[in-house]
Design a protein around this ligand. Sequence first.
Ligand code: FES
Ligand code: FES
Length: 141
Amino acid sequence: QPARRSYHEKVLDHYNNPRNVGSMGKNQQDVGTGLVGAPACGDVMKIQIKVDPKNDTITDVKFKTFGCGSAIASSSYLTELVKGMTLEQASRIRNTEIAKELCLPPVKLHCSMLAEDGIKSAINNYYSKNPKAKATDLGGT
Ligand code: FES
Ligand code: FES
């Protein structure tokens, strides 16, 4: 009978083997950078996306998170989730999906919220650099 652990095994896996850690040049035209913080605990997360402008698809993702295990696991899982998605699909990701996948307890829900805020912030940054992409996603020309 294994001892009851405070972190779920999926959190530990992402914490011990985080996917897509790193940085991209934030001045590149096709890179969107999101930097968000959780006021409750002071943790900080940076999410970066590289976008193929031909189809508004996320071709690469990187993250750097200074925070607790759940925040690191949430950002690691998020990067796996959004790779290959369109910006429109990625903007619809909810923190509850991340929390469910990682079995985060209620006190750690704000850690997954950081990941949702992070991807939204990265997408908004990309749109601010590429206003035409947003017009296309919203059905304009
Ligand atoms: Fe709040 Fe991460 S600093 S537990
Ligand atoms: Fe604050 Fe995890 S992000 S405790």
